[in-house]
Design a protein. Structure first.
Length: 288
């Protein structure tokens, strides 16, 4: 019997995933600053209990907006949340702040390759994360919220649509932000946007590393969530999700990282902790 079939027989556990606030690679939607990816681990009996609990609501898919607009339905939701199996062991919510995600991508795509060309590894001791944190806490102070948003928007635009117009806008906004930091005295021993300015001068250098799902926070959210459940359960499981074009493009990578024949490794993870390989997801249904 093939290894994949054996894994299905050993581990019929299912993890259901769904997201909200998904705007794809458009990270600068003011009305949706967060992407959340929720995941649940319920037994078949618990799923049947949930279906019976919400049976009075006639809809193809239960969405919170249906509960929020109706007091009776909201009470129904609250009473379901009070059931004993709705707890931290069965529910996981991954939250991605889109502006912060854009800043980390600025570091990944511009700061990291320029540093690497000089022989430095920004990931080795957490320097990439430190730079992202410095930028996201400093730039709004010196640029103001609108200036910070304009700078980030110009970066997001050039990544999503690299062309002469977006390249010029990114260069202009980077120069403006760089001057604002210097005017504020943030130029000793160096201006923290020096590297970004280098990237704005020569965007072709780093745009070569951009993928067509580069700025979609749903993709790393899936990877992080799959890794979380694998470490928590320490056994194989199946992921059940809605269709996602972005996820479908990375499905083969998830399969490769879930191959039980690859070397078992623990690697440092962004924000602390570690990622454990191989993943324990034997399949991701709904992604294709």
């Amino acid at each position: 019997m093939p290894e994949e079939h054996v894994r299905y027989l050993i581990a019929p556990i299912k993890i259901a995933l769904d997201e909200s606030g998904n705007s794809g690679q458009n990270l600068m939607v003011a009305e949706e600053p967060l992407l959340t990816l929720s995941s649940v681990l319920f037994s078949d009996d618990q799923i049947a209990t949930a279906e019976e609990h919400f049976s009075r609501i006639k809809a193809a898919e239960w969405k919170f907006s249906q509960f929020r607009r109706n007091a009776t339905n909201l009470n129904l939701f609250m009473s379901f949340a009070e059931l004993g199996f709705v707890n931290g062991d069965a529910v996981r919510v991954h939250i991605a702040h889109k502006k912060y995600f854009a800043v980390t991508k600025l570091v990944d795509l511009i700061y990291e390759p320029i540093a690497r060309s000089d022989g430095h590894d920004l990931y080795e001791q957490g320097a990439a994360l430190a730079i992202a944190n410095l930028l996201v806490t400093t730039l709004p102070v010196y640029l103001g919220d609108s200036g910070f948003t304009d700078f980030l928007t110009s970066f997001v635009d050039i990544v999503r649509k690299p062309e002469e117009e977006t390249a010029k806008r990114f260069f202009d906004e980077t120069v403006k932000a760089h001057k604002a930091l210097e005017h504020g005295g943030f130029n000793q021993p160096f201006n923290i946007l020096d590297t970004a300015l280098m990237g704005a001068h020569d965007p072709e250098f780093w745009l070569q590393y951009v993928s067509d799902t580069e700025l979609d926070p749903l993709v790393p959210s899936y990877f992080t969530t799959i890794d979380f459940w694998g470490q928590k359960l320490q056994t194989d499981f199946v992921v059940v999700s809605d269709e996602s074009k972005a996820l479908a493009k990375h499905l083969e990578t998830i399969r490769l990282l879930s191959n039980p024949d690859i070397q078992s490794r623990r690697l440092p993870s962004v924000g602390g902790g570690y990622a454990q390989f191989p993943y324990r997801a034997v399949n991701v249904s709904g992604a294709e």
